[in-house]
Write a protein that binds this ligand. Sequence first.
Ligand SMILES: [Zn+2]
Length: 298
Amino acid sequence: MLFDAHTHLNFEKYTDEERRTLAEEIEASQLGYIIDVADCAASARLALQDSEDYAWCRAAVGIHPDHASVYTDADIDEIRRLAAHPRAVAIGEIGLDYYYGTDDREQQQELFRKQIRLANELRMPIMIHSRDAHQLTMDILKEEGAFSEERKSWFPGRPAPGTMSAGGSGHDLRIPGEYTAGADRLVPDARVQMHCYSGSPEQAEEYVRLGATISLGGPVTFKNGKKAAEVARRIPIEMLLSETDAPYMAPEPLRGRPNKPQYVEYVVRRMAMIKGISYEETARILTENGRRFFSITD
Ligand SMILES: [Zn+2]
C-alpha cells in the first residue's frame, strides 16, 4: 500500500470528468491514501468534497503563499471553519515562496504566521511549502511555536530512528544502542510536514531534531536531484513521508508530464533503493508514517 502525503486532486484546471477518471485510476492503483491539499478557501471546499466522496482521501485546508496579496481575514475564518470538518487532517499548504513572490514578502510572512497560529489554536498538523526562503521559514516556525514542547504534547510520539526497519536508516541522528530498541520506543513529534523538501541535508536534520517530518517527492528521482537523494539517505525513515505534489513535479521516468498521485510509486521505489530496504517494506513504513502523521485510523 502507498501513501501520497501531498497532492492536488482538487486542482482547479481539472474538469469534473478528468477528476473522476483520475479517482478511478487511484482506486485501481496501490494507493491506500492521499492527502488532497488546498491552496485557498475555494480549493479547501473542493478538497473536503473529494474527502467525502472517496474513502482513501483526506483534506489539508489552508492558503498558499501565492495568495498572500489577495486573501482576506474572512478567508482565514473560512479555513478555521472548514478545518473543523472531520476529514480535514492538516492546515496546509502554508509557508513562503520567494521564487515567484517578490513584491508580497511581508504579506506572505503575515499570512504564514496567522495560519501557524490557527494550527496551534486547533491543535492540527501543519503542512509547509517553502521555496527559496529556507532559513526564514524555520525562524518563523520556531517563533510561532510550531516546535514548542506544548505543541509536541498534543500529539502521540513517533518511533525513534532505527526502530521501524532493520536496514538503511540515517546514521547521524541515531543514539548508540538505539538501533535494536523496540518499536515501542517513541520520540516527540510536532506534526510539521516539510512538503517537497528542497533545503540542505543539514537543515533537514535540524528540522527532524525540532520534531518536523521531511516529505519527499519527484525531485528525489531526478538525475540532478542529488540534494534530495542525500536528504533521503541521511534522514531516518521514521521521519520521512512520500508525496507527489501532483499535477506538478512528475518523477522520473515521467518527468515533464502531468503528475498523478499513483506515480508516488516511483518516489517510494527510489527511496527504497537509497535506504537499501525492499520496496514493499519501504511502502509499508511510509504508509504507516502517513497514517500516524495525519491520525488516520480507518
Ligand atoms: Zn502542493
